[in-house]
Design a protein around this ligand. Structure first.
Ligand code: AMP
Length: 405
């Protein structure tokens, strides 16, 4: 229960208002440690409740240490993408709804003038993407000296996107801070570890990969498809018979446009996200989808980065992803925070090799399902040997090679 975490009533009520019944694993671990003013190094993928895990103790700090005069930002949160910044900002507003704190967001792609107005206000919490914030620091329109808590969200992605240098400079500017939290989907790989060493001071390390129950149960299966027309017929059937809300993933922009054309001609309402889309159009598509106006969102992997859509019932892989890792990322958009989700992959012959790779990576079998009136005509192509058999065979082969030597 949230009231067992020593959080202020204003925050406990906000959690209730948002429908959070009990803290997730990562929240249970991070909140008490952060409230003792320790630095935090947390590995927490999306879907674990990581955002509230860093927002709640930061808000509690602001409540415990009220400031006398209005002034510049005290809690700075950096995120790799605009969408993530907007989601964190929305959660910050929701969790602080019973307090008087001001939250703001600054990202690229939004009118520069609007930022200036924001930065001139009294501000308690600012969520920002590193590039745009750094421009403000250089132009001296943002003052880092009052930052007391510095939070990095999805640090691994920030590094991947080449923001490491800028983030280090922002951290140096915010050197009077009292506390730093670094959240990353994974702590593996030298990059994040080095980054953490530079930025954190004797952190508590929290490893909370999403547990089954937190992730919810994701049912996964595949349908084998004869060709493009069969695949579309399967999609249409699934959309019309099984789905409440779905994200449909395709591999390229061209594929996205092609699929939109087909859906439009069938009168199936949809919205979409593609890489090169003006920010306001992206926001509008996400808002329409989140509000339930449209039940279907089509996206490429690039375009869908960092989007939080809390309750999609289905993720549909219209095209299989390039890697098993992307598969896991895609299906993580369903079955969040304890809800049930379904991930369906529509697999043509040219994508079949991806199936055993995904099975090995996730450790779960992808069962084949058939829709009676849309049975595939062709037999499934023979898949490479399954996990259980593979190691034995391989080691036997290896032994032979060794013997020859
Ligand atoms: P996150 O990992 O921060 O992206 O959160 C994933 C989803 O879980 C978001 O939609 C949150 O609103 C939701 N959430 C966060 N904490 C809780 C909680 N304690 N109980 C239920 N849902 C939560």
């Amino acid at each position: 229960m949230f009231d067992e975490l020593d959080l202020d009533d204003a925050l406990v009520s906000a959690c209730k208002e948002m429908g959070f019944k009990k803290p997730t694993g990562i929240q249970q671990q991070v909140i008490p440690a952060a409230m003792e003013m320790r630095d935090i190094l947390a590995s927490a993928p999306t879907g674990t409740g990581k955002t509230a895990a860093f927002l709640l103790p930061a808000l509690q700090f602001l409540l415990d240490n009220p400031r006398r005069d209005p002034g510049a930002c005290r809690v700075l949160i950096l995120t790799p993408t605009r969408e993530l910044a907007l989601q964190v900002f929305e959660q910050a507003k929701a969790l602080s709804q019973f307090t008087r704190f001001n939250c703001g967001v600054i990202t690229g792609g939004i009118n520069y003038g609007t930022d200036k107005d924001l930065l001139e206000q009294n501000l308690d919490i600012l969520v920002a993407t590193p590039g745009r914030l750094f421009e403000h620091i250089e132009k001296e329109s943002f003052d880092c000296r009052e930052i007391e808590i510095f939070i990095l969200d999805e640090a691994d992605r920030m590094l991947d996107m080449g923001f490491g240098g800028i983030v280090n400079q922002i951290a140096a500017e915010a050197r009077w801070r009292k506390q730093t939290y670094l959240f990353s989907a994974t702590l593996e790989g030298g990059g994040v570890a080095r980054f953490a060493r530079d930025i954190l001071n004797d952190p508590i390390e929290v490893q909370a990969s999403a547990t089954r129950s937190e992730q919810g149960k994701i049912l996964q299966w595949i349908h084998l498809c004869d060709d493009a027309a069969h695949k579309f017929a399967l999609l249409r059937h699934i959309l019309q018979n099984q789905v409440q809300t779905a994200i449909v993933f395709v591999k390229t922009r061209d594929r996205l446009m092609e699929l939109r054309g087909k859906l439009d001609s069938e009168g199936i309402a949809n919205c979409y996200l593609q890489g090169e889309m003006p920010q306001d159009k992206r926001n509008l598509a996400i808002a329409r989808f989140k509000a339930g106006e449209v039940k279907l969102l089509i996206a490429t992997d690039v375009a869908a980065r960092g989007i939080d859509v809390p309750d999609v019932s289905h993720v549909i892989n219209y095209d299989m992803p390039r890697t098993a890792d992307i598969y896991l990322h895609r299906i993580g958009r369903t079955g969040r925070a304890g809800k049930k989700g379904t991930a369906i992959s529509l697999v043509e012959a040219h994508d079949i090799a991806m199936v055993p790779k995904v099975e090995r990576y996730t450790g779960e079998a992808l069962k084949r399902r058939v829709i009676e009136e849309l049975k595939p005509k062709h037999k499934a192509p023979k898949l490479p040997a399954k996990k259980k058999k593979a190691p034995g065979k391989k080691s036997a082969a290896k032994k032979k090679v060794k013997k020859k030597k």
